[in-house]
Write a protein that binds this ligand. Sequence first.
Ligand SMILES: *Cc1c(COP(=O)(O)O)cnc(C)c1O
Length: 470
Amino acid sequence: MKPLMHGTLPLTARLEPWMEAVLADPAGCRELIETFGSPVNLHDFSALGRNAGELRAAAAEHSVDFQVYLACKANKTIGAIDAAVNADGGVDVASFHELNQALRRGVDPDQVIVTAAVKSRALLALALDNGVVVSLDNRDEAEDLLEVAAVRGVRARVALRLASANPLLPPTRFGLRADRWLGFLRGVHVPDRLEVAGIHFHLNGYSAEHRALVLAESLRLVDALAGLGHAPGFIDMGGGIPMSYLDDSGQWTAFWEALAGQPAGSEDVTWKADSLGSVGTNPGTGVYPYHQEPVRGPWLDAVLGSRPAGTPETIAELLVARNLQLRCEPGRSLLDGCGMTLAAVAFVKERSDGVPLLGLHMNRTQCRSTSADFLLDPILLHAAEPRRAREPFSGFLVGAYCIEEELILRRRFVFPRGAAPNDLIAFPNTAGYLMHIVESASHQLPLAVNLVRDGGGWVPDRIEDRVLRA
Ligand SMILES: *Cc1c(COP(=O)(O)O)cnc(C)c1O
């Protein structure tokens, strides 16, 4: 069947079977919206174990000891924590509340790492009290940690966050260079107060080559640390493990070509001819690469099989020779296939110049990451008796914030058979970042309810308990 809605340049989402089943039942979707409000976030974590399994299989091929930590900032539900644990994984937490939730949910403290960019004393204390490894970002943070540990009379377990000194990589605000860490560890007498359990880094972008370069750099740091009496047991390569939302690479290239060719003033492809940060036909770094290859398993295989300049051994062999565990912290690519957002149509109207607009009961922070746009076609469900006859049109999705630029998505969409109030729009594959990373309760509009699959039905995620009790 032809979709009831698609981009003027279509970008067709890959769907999980559970998503297809939800979409095949518009009445059931209406009921969810009526009960829980619009938008509502649906989670079915059945794909998470498969995603983790792809990574594990690639590591096993290279005989590398390996563990996966879900980056909790990508999705705030307790269901996501449970799913990570059920897949024998751990969690990467970025705040006091994330750590507290994970511990209260029963995650083994050994399967948690704190990577928060800025760490409160309360967060450090909670980590220390539970023996959770803290990724150390800088010397001041190290002093804070040692002070809090001294009060408690415990030894801190840390991973040194490594900022690469490799000129092939862009500069980073995170961590310190290896020479700085070594200087710090030489300067203070710490072995009895500080255990260097591992090395940690997290890179921008999705380059396998960059990961291999910084893994090689981490291995050199491990060797230097041995000279200072430390015996790190792992290297954690952070997140940024790539995934693909689109199966059709042709759609992806056609979209960027059309965008590059969009005449100034035309809105055939995007609102107000927005270039979405692109340069010519190259997707800008301002958006996620919704189609890319390789992803997950084959990508990790490329990292592990690469040979750093000057060594005959692969990264995998160098890890194995030192008895080091490789860890990673995927957010997005672990949550691939785990979520979908449903929203109700509020109105159909025209902009003052006649451009058609479809208004939704949601705001743009409820399906948005930190990048310029979410580049997947939503799915329209004719779910209600139309008030007026539905007419075909092509236009834009607008939302609830009182701002001219309140676009839910910035691309133009075609509605070959029209749309009407109370019809529904589903945003596919939103569990990684799209639901939560920038959601706001501006205008005192409530945050979306999060539902998790429970057997055949949907129940509010336990994170809602806190909200309901408040
Ligand atoms: C955000 C983040 C991640 C997850 O990144 P993805 O791109 O979602 O895989 C992992 N580790 C750290 C330290 C992060 O900041």
